[in-house]
Design a protein around this ligand. Structure first.
Ligand code: MG
Ligand code: ZN
Length: 212
């Protein structure tokens, strides 16, 4: 019985996600669902990405957080249109929330949309919101066991950004093990090692974005 209810919920979400996808496609917008656990650096990745691309590509951002507007303020400071969704406790974005946020974004004037999901390694991966691709961020301080402990997000993602590589010398984390574990779940996963703090690896990441 419970299984049926969950399935219906996900099916209803998928229908709205499909509407979002159709609308975004119609407007010629490529959409990225950016996911990670809390504190991995999604917003920092966005700031670096926008700084690198905004002169060439008109970008919009939807910020998902349980509460607050801190991340939206960081994006707003870059002069990019941004809408904050506060989920008021919900630990992921769903397609309906994104549908409402799309009304507040100038869809005619952007061609790339980032949807920063709520920081959570689990259920954001279960809810499509109308994106073209899912991309996740993992910071090296989270440990090399995370792909095997939270496999769904690694399986669902098209690319993995491993952030905070500047901290590697201060940890016992094994970068090869992160890569091997992630690739064992998703052999096609593109992996980028970056430090948003130093900017290292950002050019390779933004070059990949341009190929999407
Ligand atoms: Mg954030
Ligand atoms: Zn959730």
């Amino acid at each position: 019985m419970k299984i049926k209810v969950v399935k219906r919920l996900l099916e209803a979400n998928d229908r709205v996600a499909e509407e979002n996808r159709r609308l975004l496609k119609e407007k010629g917008i490529f959409t990225i669902n950016l996911m990670s656990g809390p504190g991995a650096g999604k917003t920092s990745v966005l700031v670096r990405t926008i700084e690198a691309l905004k002169d060439r590509v008109p970008i919009g951002v939807i910020e998902g957080d349980i509460t607050g507007t801190d991340d939206a303020a960081r994006i707003d400071a870059l002069g990019v249109p941004v809408v904050q969704i506060n989920t008021e406790g919900a630990c992921h974005l769903d397609a309906g929330m994104v549908r409402e946020a799309l009304d507040e974004i100038p869809l005619e004037s952007i061609s790339l949309l980032f949807i920063e999901n709520v920081g959570n390694l689990v259920c954001p991966a279960e809810f499509n919101v109308g994106e073209d691709v899912k991309i996740m961020v993992l910071s090296v301080t989270e440990g090399d066991d995370k792909p095997l402990k939270y496999p769904l997000m690694f399986r669902e993602s098209d690319a993995l950004i491993i952030n905070k590589t500047d901290l590697l010398p201060h940890t016992d984390v094994d970068m090869e093990k992160i890569r091997d574990n992630a690739l064992s779940l998703n052999p096609g996963l593109k992996i980028f090692e970056v430090s948003c703090r130093t900017g290292s690896g950002i050019p390779a990441w933004t070059a990949y974005l341009s190929t999407l």
